[in-house]
Design a protein around this ligand. Structure first.
Ligand SMILES: Cc1cc2nc3c(=O)[nH]c(=O)nc-3n(C[C@H](O)[C@H](O)[C@H](O)COP(=O)(O)OP(=O)(O)OC[C@H]3O[C@@H](n4cnc5c(N)ncnc54)[C@H](O)[C@@H]3O)c2cc1C
Length: 421
């Protein structure tokens, strides 16, 4: 059996940045395993601009952003296998994978970095009544067809879900000559970034119907139309509010699911809110030497944050392999999300293991205007940051310094909450 110090599962932006950081931290024996025919992950199909504003202070397209990290991996001479699907990882970090050249093979890793990204929620999860005609795609599938394969999925389009991929595809389909009739969103707010609502819908006169869903799908062979209805506070359609739309294409942008089948299989604890692994300040899971980053950990809004987070996972995996990642000190501080904060990544902080500065990322569960993001060290409020608006579509963060936590030696919990002004 071959062995590597670090095996990275997934060659998207998270896997690339994690591998590069691990190499720069002094580990030579690294292997990236990627099931697709090229590195770069989902960014290869995101040909619009807006990537890299934070990291490179430039507006890059998805493939351009990915290229910068692929070049780093190549310059650092990090090994990678393409067209290689990982099908199992054991608790002892034996990675089972397969490809055409080698068939089924096993690799023993000292550390594993989980970077498998996420997939889109499908129609099956929505229970929309009606036939199952052609013309219904997830927005990401349509994105791949238009941007990479050169096919137009249809001409008259309705989009269900206003997450970023749905918004981006509303603009993309319009630019390719389709008529996007409406974007419908079940929630009373959009799940996407504000800048995408402005640039992808408002600029093209595409209506956004909040608190609406698709209640009927028409057409036997090919989609011929759908019916939208308004929903009440519990997401139930309100009788009498139905509106029919003729269309040949329905794009679904109804959520992303972190790809954690491999993680579950090896015994990694999964957080119910994020559907990603539960990690500590080192982005290490409950299994020693198994780290997670990127969309497999929690769905990110901007890829810049994916790269930042993945570098931390890579550095810590390198420390683990070198035996210099400190043992758990037993002084773990619990992070408690409450009052509007849905989750935090990480879930715990060991003040003795943490880096000089630690970024805690979180999302809120509703739109809050003129509010405060507050942080409590046990009962003492230490952060009270005024925000004109916070929304579920945008990831938030707070940063802690090691020196700051050191001055609270008995700290048990850090609570994050939204407080009304
Ligand atoms: C359809 C879609 C469109 C998106 N569009 C945008 C956008 O326009 N702008 C934006 O900022 N963000 C977008 N995102 C979010 C985007 O996913 C993240 O910003 C970023 O790409 C996440 O990086 P990642 O490396 O965690 O995941 P990914 O980019 O998804 O990379 C994960 C990689 O792991 C590989 N992999 C998974 N399982 C295995 C396995 N078992 N064996 C081997 N390899 C495996 C996959 O093939 C993939 O290459 C989009 C996401 C999706 C799903």
């Amino acid at each position: 059996m071959k062995s590597y110090d670090i095996v990275v599962i997934g060659g998207g932006p998270a896997g690339l940045a994690a591998a590069a950081a691990a190499k720069r931290s002094g580990i030579d024996s690294i292997l990236i395993l990627e099931r697709d025919k090229e590195l770069g992950g989902i960014l290869n199909q995101c040909i619009h601009n807006g990537f890299g504003l934070h990291t490179f202070k430039e507006e890059l397209t998805g493939p351009e952003y990915a290229r910068r990290f692929i070049e780093q991996v190549q310059e650092l001479e990090i090994e990678y296998c393409l067209d290689t699907m990982v099908i199992d990882i054991s608790h002892e970090k034996v990675v089972t994978a397969m490809n055409r050249e080698e068939g089924l093979f096993e690799i023993q890793a000292k550390a594993v970095i989980l970077a498998m990204g996420c997939r889109e929620r499908s129609r099956g999860a929505l229970n929309i009544p009606g036939y199952r005609p052609a013309g219904i795609y997830s927005a990401g599938t349509a994105q791949r067809l238009v941007n990479m394969e050169g096919f137009m999925p249809g001409r008259e389009v309705v989009i269900l879900g206003s997450g970023d991929i749905g918004l981006i595809m509303a603009r993309r389909m319009t630019l390719e000559g389709a008529k996007v009739k409406v974007v419908a969103e079940l929630m009373p707010y959009s799940g996407g970034l504000k800048r995408n609502i402005v640039q992808c819908l408002d600029d093209f006169g595409i209506p956004l119907k909040l608190s609406h869903t698709v209640v009927e799908i028409r057409g036997k062979e090919r989609l011929t139309g759908i019916t939208l209805a308004q929903v009440d506070g519990k997401g139930k359609p309100i009788p009498g509010t139905e509106e029919d739309y003729d269309c040949d294409t329905l794009l679904l942008s109804v959520g992303l699911i972190p790809e954690n089948e491999l993680s579950r299989g090896m015994g990694v604890d999964i957080e119910p809110v994020t559907s990603g692994p539960s990690v500590n300040e080192s982005l290490e899971t409950n299994i020693d030497g198994v780290f997670a980053c990127g969309n497999v950990l929690h769905v990110h809004d901007l890829v810049d944050y994916v790269s930042e987070e993945a570098a931390v996972a890579g550095e810590n995996a390198a420390k683990y392999v070198k035996g210099i990642l400190p043992e758990n000190s037993g002084k773990e501080i619990k992070l408690v999300p409450t009052d509007g904060v849905r989750y935090t990544v990480p879930k715990t902080i060991d003040p003795e293991r943490m880096a000089e500065e630690l970024t805690v990322r979180f999302r809120v569960g509703n739109v809050y205007k003129n509010c405060f993001v507050s942080v409590y060290f046990d009962d003492e409020r230490v952060v009270h940051r005024k925000r004109p608006v916070v929304a579920p579509g945008e990831m938030e963060n707070v940063k802690f310094k090691k020196t700051q936590l050191a001055s609270y030696p008995d700290l048990k919990t850090i609570t994050l909450k939204i407080e009304e002004a």
